[in-house]
Design a protein around this ligand. Sequence first.
Ligand SMILES: NC(=O)c1ccc[n+]([C@@H]2O[C@H](COP(=O)([O-])OP(=O)(O)OC[C@H]3O[C@@H](n4cnc5c(N)ncnc54)[C@H](O)[C@@H]3O)[C@@H](O)[C@H]2O)c1
Length: 346
Amino acid sequence: MTKLRIGLIGAGGIATTRHLPSFQTWHEIAEVTAVCDVNEERASSVAKEFSIPFHTTQFEELFEHVDAVTICTPNKFHAEIAIAALQAGKHVMCEKPMAMTAIECQDMIDAAEKADRVLLIAYHFRYTKEARAAKRFIQEGEIGRPLVSRAQAIRRRKVPGWGVFTNKELQGGGSLIDFGCHFLDLALYLMDFPEIAEVSGGTYNELSRQAEIVNQWGYFDPSTFEVDDHATAYIKFKDGSTLLFETSWAANLADDQETVSVSGTQGGIDIFPLKLYQAKYGMLLDQEPYWISDEEDPGIPQALNFIESCQGRQSLVVKPQEAMIVSKVIEAIYKSSETGKAVSFV
Ligand SMILES: NC(=O)c1ccc[n+]([C@@H]2O[C@H](COP(=O)([O-])OP(=O)(O)OC[C@H]3O[C@@H](n4cnc5c(N)ncnc54)[C@H](O)[C@@H]3O)[C@@H](O)[C@H]2O)c1
C-alpha cells in the first residue's frame, strides 16, 4: 500500500511532542513529508530533527507534497488553513478546539463534505483506554440511560504562560476553550451527544488583576492575561439529562481534578481513574479494571484513526459535527457569562 504523505502546519509544542512521534509509530503506512511554520528557524529545525524532506513558511506551498495535513497553529488560524487544505483536496486533522466560532466550524464541515475528504478534530482524550472502555460500557446499556453528568477540568495554579495561550485574539479564550473543551467533549461523547436545550455559564478573569504570580508552570504576564482563568456551566438537554461543568487553569484547591462522571438509571462511571458502578443483586457493585496493556499516549491510536480513515479503513472516532457541538457550547458559555442569561438552543 502507498504510504499516506502527511504535512504538519504549525511546528510548535503539540506538533513535536505528540503528532510527530505518533506518526513515526505508524511509519509503515504513513510518513511526514513536509512541515510549515511561519517561523522559518522553527520550520527548518523541526524538519532537520525529524528528517522531514520539505519545509516552508507558507502553508499553501506544502500542499503539493502531501495527501493530508495536521494543523497545530494557534486557534485563530484553524478554520482558514483547514478550508484551504480541504479545497486543495487534502485530508485534515486539526488540533482542538475545532475553530474560534461555530460558524467557522460549519464552514470547515461544508468544505470537507464538498471535497469528500476526512476532517478529524484532535480531541485525544477519546482515544484513552478509559474513554474507550467507558463508551463501550455505556453503549452496551450497563448504566441504563445517562441522567446526571459532571465534567471537571481543573488545574491547581497551572497557567500555560508560554506561547499564545493567554492571548484572546489568537486563542479565543483561556481555560474553557483550551483545556475545558477536552472534558466537555468527553462528557458529551459519553452521554451520546443528547440535543441541548439550554446553557448557563460564568467565566472569570481574576489573574489579570493579581500583582503576585503564584503559578506552578512558571511566569506569565498578568497585564496581558486577557482570557478566562475559571469557567463553570450548567447544561440542560432536551431528554431531561443535565451536565455540570467546571474548568480552571488556576484553581485555589487542594488538587487537580480531571474527570468525567455519568450517573445513569441503572449504574454509573467515573472515568479518570475508571470505575464502574452497577445496581445489581440488591447492591451498588463497584468495579475497577485490571489493565492488561501498558499506558500509551492517546496520540498514537488517534494518529492511526486519522491515517486509516484517510485510507478508507476506519471511520472517525471524533466526528466534525460533534466537535462543532462542543464549540457551540463553549460559545454559549461565553455568551451566557457576558449577558448574565441562559442561552436557549430550543
Ligand atoms: N490536544 C492537546 O491537548 C493540545 C495541547 C496543546 C496545544 N493544543 C493545540 O495545538 C495548537 C498549537 O498549540 P501549541 O501548544 O503547539 O502552540 P505553540 O505556540 O507551541 O506552536 C504553534 C506554532 O504555530 C506556528 N504558527 C503560528 N501561526 C501560524 C500559521 N499561520 N501558519 C503556520 N504556523 C503558524 C507558531 O510559529 C508556532 O511554532 C493550538 O490550537 C492548541 O489549542 C492541543
